[in-house]
Design a protein around this ligand. Structure first.
Ligand code: GAP
Length: 441
């Protein structure tokens, strides 16, 4: 049972089956940008739906938000990003390669020679990771703005709006899913580190003296979430940030790391941001960002516990976790994606044994009934074994085959992707049977 040893085979499967493509491929691609194909977009939508439900449906005290990507430039001064969202950058004078200084070996740092071509390295300089653009049509007068490097700030600046309109009382949270952009110096490892990506962030507002307890609660809630998307706990662990690793806003921070083929790496961050963000926005905007307790009338600045997950990175972890090359009894190898049925892009494939003799019509009618609730794929072409293998690579948990007996006894064969076992079910029971195993919960 071979699991993934590198991203190479996954990249190839992702392209072959239509999960993920290089962006602008016909023009030679653009570095560190990816497009999600027909299967990838369904998979990613399911990831977002699971996260959204786990936040806004599971807890009565979390509401949603969808803030604009473009924000007032002062937001990024207040947040500390203009001054501090930088990485130390060095260039090779000969081959022009760029490196993050903190990723260079001790030897390169001392000799100041480039690890790739032996050329001389420049002194390091601080490189801001935010993408700049211009707002307004008239050049010169147009103001410089940024593509947001995190979704979090959209939540902080809307804190008073949400308090005023939603009747939420502390403790409560605001959840948001959206794109973020970082001009990473060393992107790579497929969709692990890209320049455009999606975040799923939740900011939980609490009384300052309760923040340590809430931090622990959210650590536990977040690590146990991964069961729902089919990531086993044995491939996850916490890593605490040491005092010198803490971001400028963080009082305490833990990463949830996943055992990727490149080794243990960050999947999600959980931070106690203290009252840093609200105080900064109060100072820079001149607007009050405090909270008045409706029972006691006490006024204070809440602390924030943040959970910040990368949607693409979570999708990558799910792809890694699902991938398997299985050697069968006859010596052949089948590649199978063992997605949890809730997360699988296609839930069920409808496969008539042959097109003729009424099997196609019967199958299409069944597909039309099931597609109201599930993402169903219909395939009538090629040998049935080949069609099963395609569905194994797509990670489709159930294949339903319609044969000539079906026309007589109204029973279908359901093949399980993982065990390859087949059972015969009355077609009238099929919907309930599938719903029990698949529906997003
Ligand atoms: N608001 C806090 C924040 O943005 P972060 O640790 O910088 O914290 C949170 O980012 C998560 O976003 C990471 O754990 C990762 O999953 C994802 N992420 C960050 N940079 C990324 C990138 N360049 N490509 C893909 N995902 C990224």
């Amino acid at each position: 049972m071979a699991k993934l040893e590198s991203f190479e085979k996954l990249v190839s499967l992702a392209k072959r089956r239509g999960f993920i493509f290089q962006s602008s491929e016909i023009y030679g691609g653009i570095n560190a940008c990816y497009d999600y194909g027909p299967l990838g977009v369904e998979l990613k939508l399911n990831v977002k739906q699971m996260w959204w439900n786990a936040m806004t449906r599971e807890y009565d005290n979390i509401v949603g938000l969808d803030a604009a990507i473009l924000m007032h430039p002062k937001v990024w001064e207040a947040s500390g990003h203009v001054a501090g969202f930088t990485d130390p950058l060095v260039d090779c004078k000969k081959c022009k390669s760029r490196f993050r200084e903190d990723t260079l070996s001790e030897e390169s740092m001392q000799s100041r020679l480039c690890p790739e071509c032996g050329g001389e390295l420049t002194e390091s300089r601080q490189f801001n990771l935010m993408f700049k653009t211009q707002m307004g049509a008239v050049e010169g007068t147009a103001s410089t703005i940024y593509l947001r490097p995190e979704t979090a700030q959209g939540i902080f600046v809307n804190f008073p709006n949400v308090v005023d309109t939603s009747r939420m009382q502390i403790p409560f949270g605001i959840a948001q899913i959206g794109k973020a952009f970082r001009n990473e110096i060393t992107p790579g490892n497929f969709i692990f580190r890209t320049r455009e990506f999606e975040q799923m962030e939740m900011q939980f507002f609490v009384r300052p003296e309760e923040s340590d307890a809430w931090f622990e609660t959210w650590k536990e809630r977040r690590i146990s979430f991964y069961d729902k998307v089919g990531i086993s706990q044995e491939n996850l662990h916490f890593k605490e940030h040491g005092p010198d690793e803490l971001a400028h806003y963080a009082r305490a921070a833990f990463d949830i790391e996943y055992k990727f083929p490149i080794g243990w790496s960050e999947l999600e961050g959980i931070h106690n941001r203290s009252d840093f963000d609200l105080r900064q926005h109060e100072e820079f905007s001149g607007k009050s960002m405090t909270y008045r307790d409706p029972q006691t009338n006490e006024v204070y600045t809440p602390f924030i516990i943040e959970t910040s997950a990368g949607c693409d990175r979570m999708t990558l972890a799910i792809l890694c976790e699902a991938y398997e090359e299985e050697t069968l009894d006859d010596g052949s190898v089948r590649t199978v994606m063992h997605f949890h049925p809730r997360i699988a892009p296609i839930k069920v494939a409808i496969l008539p044994l042959v097109k003729k003799g009424g099997l196609k019509e019967y199958s299409l009618e069944l597909r039309d009934k099931l597609k109201r609730q599930f993402n169903v794929f219909y395939d009538e072409k090629g040998a049935i074994g080949r069609r099963y293998r395609r569905m194994d690579e797509a990670g489709t948990p159930y294949c339903v085959t319609i044969d000539f007996d079906t026309l007589e006894d109204h029973a279908v064969t359901v093949r399980d992707r993982d065990t390859m076992e087949q059972i015969r079910l009355p077609v009238s029971d099929l919907h309930a049977w599938l719903a029990e195993r698949i529906l997003i919960s």
